[in-house]
Design a protein. Sequence first.
Length: 382
Amino acid sequence: MHRLLNRIVLAAVPVMLGACVQARQTPAPVAPPEVTVVAVHRQAVPVTTELPGRTSPYLVAQVRARVDGIVLQRGFAEGSDVKANQRLYQIDPAPYRAALDNAKAAEQKAQANLASTSALAERYKILLGGNGVSKQDYDNAVAAQGQAAADLAAAKAMVQQASINLGYTSVAAPIAGRIGLSLVTAGAYVQAVAATPMTTVTQLDPIYVDLNQSSVQGLQLRRDIASGRLKTSGADAAKVTLYLEDGSRYAPGGTLQFTDVTVDQGTGSVTVRAVFPNADHVLLPGMFVRARIEQGVNDQAMLVPQQGVTRDSKGQATALVVGADGKVAQRSIQANSTFGNQWVVEGGLQEGEQVIVAGTQKVQPGMTVRAVAAPVKTAAAS
């Protein structure tokens, strides 16, 4: 009996050892890799374009001499703000005051002559009815009256001209703004014929920003609006954001004024003008700036975080998506612009698809993965 049991035990030992070896050799099932995904949806995305440009003054007035004379004094500080009609220079008014007095005297003489000839014409008119004077004498009196009236009108015009010239001796600011360098000093002789430049007044608030947009961009914009892909409320409502030379954002927002209708043949660009408030005079004429213009709204766009988009060797934008079966698929997408730190995708993705934004380095198309939605805060930040 004991021998029989020993034989059974000895026979069972190899079987048990083989089963243990086989259990060790069978690999345990591997869990699918975990990836972070973001579900994409169609939404309204502003369509913007960034253009270079330079600032230009809103108004510029060159102050020039309009009468001849010696500059007696200057009434402003260079680089200061002046008001409209503020006196800037005083040209010697004595000769023009004398000319005005002379013109007024001539006017009074013409006025007296007109009164005399008018009285004579009235008297001859009465005498002509009784044949007291000849018709020729009456006609001569009426003609003299008319000549006297013309002389009086000319005298009044001379008075007005002399008064205007006298006013020009006080050189006033034509506009309100910041005044530049004075080109003449007290004692300088200025001439009306040469239109001697004296100074320049520049209005800086508001200020223009002239931008350069390529004709291709403008053509594409008009096509998108005509096809309905982009919606815009009009050029007058377009918002413009300005960035200075050091990259900082200019706080006040601007508005689009107009787009030129002529393409520059040398550069192939169109001028786009915007206007900005400039109360603190941060912007000066001639500064190089960049402006971001909101051209409209794309209602069919999708936003994908930048880390979820890669480009292949041909430069084509691609994204990895997780299907309903949990498998990874690669999609070629149309992503040519950004909004914040996200790509604006206009094609290649379907509504609600899950795009992998973390863990792309450990997966390949066709693999089964476990998709985990990105945290709400992270998605909102993106």
